[in-house]
Ligand binder design. Structure first.
Ligand code: URA
Ligand code: SF4
Length: 188
């Protein structure tokens, strides 16, 4: 574990702990407020993220930005990161060994940010953070509290591109996050 951001990011730039290091153009470390109260966790970089080195800048990210805008959530107030920092080939789901190899970096980010609310974007985030026994279709929209952190699993923004109903759920869930944050006097 690193107690500062610079060393943590540097160690990821040089990381070869899993086979995803071979396909990356850039690592996608994370972006936003390093003291955020609310954190968002996705799956892994796609082509656009790999090219820019920033999470959620592609199509799915644009949808998430629209929801943020509509609900008055400021991207600069929150922190956004992924389960894996390097792009999986053909945007496939990260394999278990890859997620396991990378997870300590995310844990370190969570410790440094110290968020009160964590939004889990999709099944990969949910299963790797809370456990394989969790199902996104069952847990979506429900608040799960563990060690003083409130987790809210919701659909991955890429899933919204294919399904209007999921879009409605996603908006509803983010609205809930916004409301909860305001009630707790958190920055969002
Ligand atoms: N999908 C993710 O899970 N993360 C990103 O950063 C972009 C797309
Ligand atoms: Fe290292 Fe994570 Fe990239 Fe794998 S995905 S090489 S563990 S930074």
């Amino acid at each position: 574990m690193y107690d500062n951001w610079e060393e943590l990011e540097e160690s990821i730039k040089n990381c070869d702990k899993c086979k995803l290091n071979k396909g990356r153009t850039n690592i996608v470390f994370g972006v936003g407020n390093k003291n955020a109260d609310v954190m968002f966790i996705g799956e892994g970089p796609g082509a656009d993220e790999d090219a820019e080195g920033i999470p959620f800048v592609g199509k799915a990210g644009k949808l998430m930005d629209q929801a943020f805008k509509g609900l008055n959530i400021n991207r600069e107030n929150v922190y956004i990161a992924n389960i894996v920092k390097c792009r999986p080939p053909q945007n496939r789901v990260p394999e278990k060994d890859e997620a396991m190899a990378c997870l300590n970096y995310l844990r370190n980010q969570v410790i440094l940010v110290n968020p009160k609310i964590i939004v889990l974007l999709g099944s990969t985030a949910l299963k790797n953070i809370l456990g394989e026994e969790y199902s996104i279709t069952k847990e979506r929209g429900k608040i799960i509290e563990k060690k003083d952190i409130k987790y809210l699993p919701t659909w991955h923004p890429a899933a919204l591109l294919r399904d209007e109903n999921k879009k409605l759920d996603f908006w509803k869930d983010l609205k809930e996050v916004k409301k909860m944050a305001e009630e707790m006097n958190l920055r969002i």
